[in-house]
Design a binder for this molecule. Structure first.
Ligand code: UDP
Length: 470
C-alpha cells in the first residue's frame, strides 16, 4: 500500500520569542526527522522586527502567517501579560477558524493542530474547522504543567493567596514549592490573569495529548507521574530539550565572541535575564558590584532598569528603550574592563553558552535559557524575576535537582559575589552543581538521539498523526 502523505501541522504561537523559538524548533524537528511540514500562526501584536527576521530564517518546510489584529483597547492599562495573550487568543478564534479551514484546503490534509500554553482557547477554532487532533505544547516544564492541570482543584481547595501559604505547595511528584515562589500570575487572585490560568487548567484537559519541552532527568518526580496515563488528563510526552540550533547574527555577536575567544576555558560567567527581563535600579547596582567583588570574568547583557518601565516592558520587543549603561555604578566599566564585558540589550546566547570560555550562567531561569544551559553543560546561578521563573529556581536548586545555586532574596553584593564564586570555583555546593549539570547534559543528549526517550516520544506522536488515532 502507498505510504500515507507526510503530515502538515498548524501551530499557534502566543506572543514572546520564548514561545516562538521552541515551537519553531519542534516544527523543524518534525520536518527533518519525520518529513512533516508546518505552518506557524502568530499574533499581530508580536510582529516585531526580531520576530520577522526569525520567521524568515526558517527552512522552507516551515512557513508562517499572522492572524489579523484584534482590538484589546478595552483592557485596563497594566493588564498582565498572561491576560493580554489569553484575550488576544480568545478573540482570534473566528479568524483562526478561517485560517485553519484555508490550510485544510491548501494542504489537502491538516494532520494536527498544536497550541501553546496560553493558547488553549484556540481548540474551539480547531474544532469548528473540523481539525480532529488538538495538541498542546508546553514550552515550559512538567512542574508548571502539573500546577496548571491541578488549578481547577487548587482554586477550590486553597484559601487565600498562595504567597501566604504556611507550607510549601505539594503536587504529585513535584519538588514542594514555597508559596511566594508559585507561578507569578497566580499570586493575586483578584487579578483577571489568575482566572485565566484556572480556565486554561480546565481547557488543557480537552487536548488529545500534551507535549512538554522538558526531559526526565531534570525533573524525574513529575516525569514519572505524568508518563503514566490517567483518566482525568491527557497523555503527556516529554519531548525536550528542544533548543535553537544556533542564533542568527546580530550587532553584538562579533564583539561578544571575539572577547570570549580571548578568555581562558570555563572562566566566564554569562549574565542575562532573557528576552525581556530587567532589574530594578538598586539590584542592577548590587549585581554590578557583586560581579566586581567576585573577581570572576563576566559577560553581562544589560538592560535599562525595570523601574524605568514595567518589568517586562521589553517582552514584545527585545530592544531596551534607553541607554542601559547610564544606570551602572560610576566607574564600573572602567574598573572591570580587564575581566568583564558589558553589552546592551541582546547577546547571541546560544553561541555564548556553547563557547569553551563560558563556565557559568547567571540566569532569570526562563525555561529556554535553562534548557540551553543544560544542553551546553553550563551550571547556573538562579536569579528569577517573573512568570514561572521562581518555581523553576526552586526545582533547579538544592531543594530540587541541584543544577543551580540560587541568589538569596536580599540580593546584596556580598551574597551575589559568594554565589558566583561558589558556582565557578567552589569546592562545596559549586562542585556538586557542576557535576550534576555535566550529568544532565549527557542525559539530555541521549534522550534526543535516535531511540532516546524524547525522540521516541515524538515518533509516537507522529505515528498517531499519520495513522488513524488521535
Ligand atoms: N536570548 C538571546 N539573547 C539574549 C537574551 C535572550 O539569544 O540576550 C534568547 C535565549 O537564548 C532564549 C530566549 O531568548 O532562547 C529567552 O527565552 P527564555 O525562556 O529563557 O526567557 P524569556 O525571554 O521567555 O523570559
Amino acid at each position: 500500500p502507498a505510504s500515507p502523505p507526510p503530515p502538515h501541522v498548524a501551530m499557534l504561537v502566543t506572543p514572546g520569542m520564548g514561545h516562538l523559538i521552541p515551537l519553531a524548533e519542534l516544527a523543524k524537528r518534525l520536518a527533518s526527522r519525520h518529513g512533516a511540514t508546518a505552518t506557524l500562526i502568530t499574533f499581530a501584536s508580536t510582529a516585531s522586527a526580531t520576530q520577522r527576521a526569525f520567521l524568515s530564517s526558517l527552512p522552507p518546510a516551515v512557513s508562517s502567517l499572522s492572524l489579523p489584529p484584534v482590538d484589546l483597547s478595552d483592557l485596563p492599562r497594566g493588564a498582565a501579560i498572561e491576560t493580554l495573550m489569553s484575550e488576544e487568543c480568545a478573540r482570534s478564534v473566528p479568524a483562526l477558524t478561517d485560517i485553519l479551514l484555508g490550510l485544510k484546503r491548501t494542504t489537502g490534509r491538516l494532520a494536527a493542530f498544536v497550541a501553546d500554553l496560553f493558547g488553549a482557547d484556540s481548540f474551539d477554532a480547531a474544532r469548528d474547522a473540523g481539525v480532529d487532533r488538538r495538541y498542546l505544547f508546553i514550552p515550559s516544564n512538567l512542574h508548571v504543567l502539573t500546577l496548571i492541570l491541578h488549578l481547577p482543584e487548587l482554586d477550590a481547595s486553597v484559601p487565600g493567596e498562595f504567597r501566604d501559604l504556611a507550607e510549601p505547595l505539594r503536587l504529585p511528584g513535584c519538588v514542594p514549592i514555597p508559596g511566594p515562589d508559585v507561578l507569578m500570575p497566580l499570586q493575586d487572585k483578584t487579578n483577571p490573569c489568575y482566572k485565566w490560568m484556572v480556565h486554561h487548567g480546565s481547557k488543557y484537559r480537552e487536548a488529545d495529548a500534551i507535549l512538554v519541552n522538558s526531559f526526565d532527568a531534570v525533573e524525574p518526580g513529575p516525569a514519572k507521574i505524568l508518563r503514566q496515563p490517567a483518566p482525568w488528563r491527557p497523555v503527556v510526552y516529554p519531548i525536550g530539550p528542544l533548543i535553537q540550533a544556533d542564533t542568527g547574527g546580530s550587532k553584538n555577536d562579533a564583539a561578544c565572541l571575539e572577547w570570549l575567544d580571548r578568555q581562558p576555558d570555563r572562566s566566564v560567567i554569562f549574565v542575562s535575564f532573557g528576552s525581556g527581563g530587567a532589574l530594578p535600579t538598586e539590584q542592577m547596582r548590587e549585581l554590578a558590584l557583586g560581579l566586581e567583588l567576585s573577581g570572576q570574568r563576566f559577560l553581562w547583557v544589560v538592560r535599562s532598569p525595570s523601574d524605568e518601565g514595567a518589568v517586562n516592558d521589553n517582552y514584545y520587543d527585545a530592544e531596551s528603550k534607553k541607554d542601559p549603561f547610564a544606570y551602572l555604578p560610576e566607574g564600573f566599566v572602567e574598573r572591570t574592563k580587564e575581566v568583564g564585558l558589558v553589552v546592551p540589550s541582546w547577546a547571541p546566547q546560544i553561541k555564548v553558552l556553547a563557547h569553551r570560555a563560558t563556565g557559568g550562567f547567571l540566569t532569570h531561569c526562563g525555561w529556554n535559557s535553562v534548557l540551553e544551559s543544560l544542553v551546553h553543560g553550563v551550571p547556573m546561578v538562579a536569579w528569577p524575576l517573573y512568570a514561572e521563573q521562581r518555581q523553576n529556581a526552586v526545582m533547579l536548586s538544592a531543594e530540587g535537582v541541584g543544577a543551580a545555586i540560587r541568589v538569596p532574596e536580599s540580593k546584596g553584593r556580598e551574597k551575589i559575589a559568594a554565589a558566583v564564586r561558589e558556582l565557578m570555583e567552589g569546592e562545596g555546593s559549586g562542585a556538586a552543581v557542576r557535576a550534576k549539570v555535566a550529568e544532565l547534559q549527557k542525559a539530555a543528549a541521549e534522550g534526543l538521539q535516535e531511540g532516546g526517550a524524547a525522540a521516541a516520544a515524538l515518533a509516537e506522536v507522529v505515528e498517531k498523526w499519520t495513522g488513524g488515532e488521535n
